[in-house]
Design a protein around this ligand. Sequence first.
Ligand SMILES: [Fe+2]
Length: 184
Amino acid sequence: MDLVEEIRRYVKKECGKETNFFGMSAYNYHFVSMVKYAKQLAKETNADVEIVEIAAWLHDIGSILGDYKNHHISGAEHAGKLLAEYNYPKDRIEQIKHCILAHRGSKDIKRETIEAECIADADAMSHFDGIADLFNLALVVRKLEINEAKKFVKEKLQRSWKKLTPRAKGVIKPKYEAAMLVLE
Ligand SMILES: [Fe+2]
């Protein structure tokens, strides 16, 4: 059994449910590019690719299941239970839970491992590829007024920028600067 593939399918299925406030766009425009960046960073930094990939698919599962506010905490817990059902090794489950717990830029949780850094970086990097998706989130999903949506997107990107490691900042800088110029 390919566990990573199994987890991807699980996340896709959960994204497709009507109870998912964010809709399929979370899967199509955020998770897919986030996982791509996460794998790329894992290879570049010699991190554990499987841990990074599983954590990447599951990092926002808390939001998808309805708890946006504390999705780093509930998501880590949920991932732990899910992976235990597959008899995944306990120490690796703990590493994945840490990646999920520490991925949010708005929460001050120290990233203790290179895998957790890959996840936080990839999450933020994917926002710069998905500015249209962020506007969809602001205008369509959250039904914000245009100026509020602009502010929402700008602040989201500023938070994303702030949480990047210097390595990731180097990659994203042109897109960050362009976005700030346009969203002024
Ligand atoms: Fe995310």
